[in-house]
Design a protein around this ligand. Structure first.
Ligand code: S3P
Length: 180
C-alpha cells in the first residue's frame, strides 16, 4: 500500500477500481456519511456532452472518451469536499492518477473477476464488456490495470461486504488519513 504523503492536502476522496466494484453505489453512501458531495466522472462527462458513454464510444471511439475523462479530472482538481467515483480505466493515464493524488485520498475498491462478473452481467451500458467472452475480458483487463490500481493510498475489498459497511470503512479511512 502506498503511503500517504504528509505534504498533500486531502480535500477530496477518490474511488478507483474496475467496472462493477461498486464505486458509484458505495461512493454515494460514503458521501452521505461524510456530508460530502458525490460526483461520478462518467456522469459528469455525460452531463457535459449530453450523450451517454456508449454513444461517445460509438461515435468518437475510446481515445476521444479518454480525453473527456482527462478534462473531467482537471475540472475536479479545483473542488473540495467531494467523493469522486472514477471510471474503471481512468487511472491508466498516470497524469490522471497524479492529479487525483494531489487533492484526494485515493482508495482502490478491489474485487475478484468472478465477483465483478456477477455484478455486471445483467448490465449493458459498458461498451468495453460487449464481447463474446466478458469474463475472459474482465480477467485480462483487470490483470493489465492492477499495477495502476495498486498506486492507490488504501485498498478495500468491496466484493465481500454490504455497500454500507464498505462505505463506513471508507469514511473512517479518510478521517484517519486527514489526521495524519
Ligand atoms: C470504463 C469503465 C466505465 C466507463 C467506460 C470505460 C473502463 O466506468 O468509464 O465504460 O475503461 O473500465 P465504470 O468503471 O464506472 O463502469
Amino acid at each position: 500500500m502506498a503511503s500517504v504523503n504528509n505534504a498533500r492536502t486531502l480535500h477530496n476522496l477518490a474511488l478507483v477500481g474496475f467496472m462493477g466494484t461498486g464505486k458509484s453505489t458505495i461512493g454515494r453512501i460514503a458521501a452521505e456519511l461524510m456530508q460530502f458531495t458525490f460526483v461520478d466522472t462518467d456522469a459528469l462527462i455525460e452531463a457535459r456532452l449530453g450523450r451517454t458513454i456508449s454513444q461517445v464510444f460509438e461515435q468518437e471511439g475510446e481515445a476521444a472518451f479518454r480525453q473527456y475523462e482527462k478534462s473531467a479530472v482537471q475540472e475536479l482538481a479545483r473542488e473540495q469536499r467531494l467523493v469522486i467515483a472514477t471510471g474503471g480505466g481512468l487511472v491508466m493515464d498516470p497524469s490522471n492518477l497524479a492529479s487525483l493524488k494531489d487533492h484526494a485520498l485515493v482508495i482502490w475498491l478491489c474485487a475478484t473477476p468472478e465477483a465483478i462478473w456477477e455484478r455486471v452481467r445483467a448490465q449493458t451500458h459498458r461498451p468495453l464488456l460487449q464481447t463474446p467472452d466478458p469474463l475472459a475480458k474482465i480477467r485480462e483487463m483487470l490483470a493489465a490495470r492492477t499495477p495502476s490500481y495498486r498506486e492507490a493510498d488504501v485498498y478495500i475489498d468491496s466484493g465481500l461486504r454490504p455497500p454500507r459497511e464498505v462505505a463506513a470503512q471508507i469514511a473512517h479511512q479518510f478521517h484517519l488519513a486527514r489526521k495524519r
